[in-house]
Design a protein around this ligand. Structure first.
Ligand SMILES: Cc1cc2nc3c(=O)[nH]c(=O)nc-3n(C[C@H](O)[C@H](O)[C@H](O)COP(=O)(O)OP(=O)(O)OC[C@H]3O[C@@H](n4cnc5c(N)ncnc54)[C@H](O)[C@@H]3O)c2cc1C
Length: 384
């Protein structure tokens, strides 16, 4: 099934909304506070085919557009942002293989990614580097028909419960420029591929974030994505546009959720004889929250549409990611203020948004880097 037109998009969004209402919303608070992996939710998402949402139908995926995907991610993030992260890094891994893989790699892996039988993410960041990926130290040394991998990866989403990752390595650590020695491997868990620890976080709970250690871990050479060494960083950078659209959509979801709670609470809470929503100081906050949310949504849709048209959209994705995630941060703070003392209570939802939102400003390229990317493109597109 390939879902392209609006009617079909509506069908899938309705299905996602029903799933969120029945299977996620009632359990999210407890799972989040216990930092418990949402295993049943993941199983349900497998059944719904969400792990194959962007994989082409010929490989068993849903073949959705990026626009529909972004809407799904927004809807999920309104309810519980962590759940969107479980899909996102898996989608980026799948997209790397779909876009760059050999025919054999696509046939061997995409159907298994689509069902979620193989599920995971992207392993790029290391203890000593995240933004400067060319400084990675994980090395894959050729030995006969295998690469032997040694190194450590940090902050890897789905690291504990996932079983397959797009692993960024140096196949030639001495080459200059450094990116020419970087490659991307399809790494299934096995001997030498260990999880050294679960990382404790401020928010974004439930989803597993882990440190991974590779100790003489062997990967057959036919798992080198695209079959050519030296293209790994390029593949990852191309995939980051999609990742940034995803994070932007998550920002829209969190901004919307914070606004929803503020709109509701401000009508229930009374001070000086009237609901606080009738005080202009609160109305100004609500007005800004609504405008930020809608502007974030429009920027995200604009970037997703450009991505679907196959256009270069690092500037659009960067703007969407920057604005939406800062909006999520601001809206979560404002929602907390509107809730007064209750905003600081663990019994209300807004404290979660306040803990979840900052991550969005960091992941898939920090917002500082987004500003630099936007500025560089701005100059590039307006050369004098
Ligand atoms: C919960 C969570 C989940 C994550 N999931 C994954 C995952 O699944 N896979 C994965 O590979 N990584 C993942 N990451 C890592 C994430 O992508 C990195 O944390 C991020 O890229 C930033 O890298 P860093 O933490 O090393 O910060 P650094 O690169 O050390 O940056 C520190 C600060 O310096 C700034 N800075 C750096 N360089 C410049 C520059 N040239 N100009 C201006 N400012 C600069 C940054 O903006 C930042 O403010 C995750 C992180 C978290 C917290």
């Amino acid at each position: 099934m390939s879902i392209k037109d609006d009617g079909q998009e509506r069908l899938i969004l309705d299905m996602v909304d029903r799933f969120l209402e029945k299977e996620v919303a009632p359990y999210a608070w407890q799972l989040e506070h216990d930092d418990e992996y949402p295993a049943q939710i993941v199983e349900k998402m497998k059944e719904m085919g969400l792990f194959g949402c962007l994989i082409a139908p010929e490989y068993g995926g849903l073949g959705l557009s990026t626009v529909t995907y972004a809407k799904i991610i927004e809807h999920i993030s309104v309810v519980w942002m962590s759940v969107s992260g479980i899909i996102n890094s898996h989608v980026i891994m799948s997209a790397a293989v779909q876009r760059n893989g050999t025919k054999e790699q696509k046939e061997a892996f995409l159907p298994r990614f689509a069902t979620g039988e193989l599920r995971g993410g992207i392993a790029l960041t290391e203890p000593d580097c995240g933004t400067d990926l060319q400084a990675i130290r994980t090395v894959a040394k050729r030995d006969g028909e295998d690469y032997v991998v040694n190194g450590t990866k940090m902050w890897i989403s789905n690291g504990i419960y996932g079983n397959c990752f797009a692993l960024l390595v140096k196949t030639d650590p001495n080459t200059s420029p450094r990116h020419k020695g970087m490659s991307l491997l399809i790494a299934e868990k096995g001997n030498g591929f260990g999880v050294s620890r679960k990382l404790e976080k401020l928010g974004y709970k439930g989803i597993d974030s882990a440190e991974l250690v590779f100790n003489d871990y062997r990967v057959p050479v036919d798992r080198l994505i695209g079959g050519i060494e030296g293209k790994g960083l390029q593949m990852i950078l191309n995939g980051l546009e999609l990742g940034r659209i995803n994070v932007a959509a998550r920002g829209v979801g969190v901004a919307q959720a914070a606004m929803n709670e503020a709109v509701k609470y401000s009508q229930q809470r009374k001070t000086f004889g009237k609901p606080i929503c009738e005080h202009q100081a609160i109305q100004i906050k609500l007005g800004d929250m609504a405008t930020r949310t809608e502007a974030s949504r429009l920027l995200t849709m604009r970037a997703a549409e450009a991505y679907d048209r196959g256009e270069r959209c690092d500037m659009e994705a960067g703007m969407a990611k920057l604005f939406s995630t800062e909006s999520a941060l601001e809206n979560s703070m404002e929602a907390m203020r509107i809730h007064g003392g209750y905003g600081y209570s663990k019994e209300y939802l807004v404290e979660r948004f306040y803990r979840d939102a900052p991550l969005l400003t960091i992941g898939e390229g920090t917002n500082e880097m987004q500003r630099i990317i936007i500025a560089k493109q701005l100059i590039e597109r307006n050369r004098v």
